[in-house]
Design a protein around this ligand. Structure first.
Ligand SMILES: [Zn+2]
Length: 174
């Protein structure tokens, strides 16, 4: 019985993933178009700016343990910026509770802010997400998110900083 349930669940996952997969390949095409001015620093320089934990996650591509970061269950309004360089990465209104223990978003701030790379470290393909400006590792994007994008940007809390000051967002000017 358990086997049947998991089979049905994985079928559902498979079909809901196809939307997200299309989105991920679209993102990769847009990245080529969007060349952002980059920040480059040596590891020594990053070590003097970041905490040990941030350095491990953002420069050495580590992962914080689920349910331990400071943002997995925060739903305050604001803009999530890169903790290393301040680049705007996500808007709080695209954050959703994915029950996975990491902050999750269904959309990037815009298509210029985040770059991606294929990651086979766990033996299968995942799509790594990085800050397009400073190259900091953020987490991964998965094709199992909610509508409207079907994407789940799964991010380490250590890589982001919530800015609650009112920014001049287009959708605020109503
Ligand atoms: Zn950055």
């Amino acid at each position: 019985m358990k086997l049947l349930i998991s089979l049905v669940l994985s079928m559902i996952m498979f079909f809901s993933c196809s939307l997200g997969n299309k989105q991920i390949s679209q993102m990769k095409k847009e990245e080529v178009k969007n060349k952002v001015k980059k920040i480059e620093k040596t590891n020594e320089e990053w070590k003097s700016i970041l905490t040990d934990n941030q350095f491990y996650i953002m420069r050495e591509k580590g992962t914080e343990r689920p349910f331990t970061g400071k943002y997995w269950d925060v739903f305050d309004d604001g803009t999530y910026r890169c903790a290393a360089c301040g680049n705007e990465l996500f808007k709080s209104d695209t954050k959703f509770d994915a029950h996975c223990g990491w902050p999750s978003f269904y959309e990037a701030f815009d298509s210029t802010k985040i770059k991606t790379a294929d990651d086979y470290k766990l033996g299968y393909k995942r799509t790594e997400i990085m800050c397009a400006k400073c190259g900091a590792h953020l987490g991964h994007v998965f094709p199992d998110g909610p509508n409207p994008t079907g994407l789940r940007y799964c991010v380490n809390s250590a890589s982001i900083e919530l800015d609650t000051t009112k920014s001049e967002r287009k959708d605020d000017k109503k």
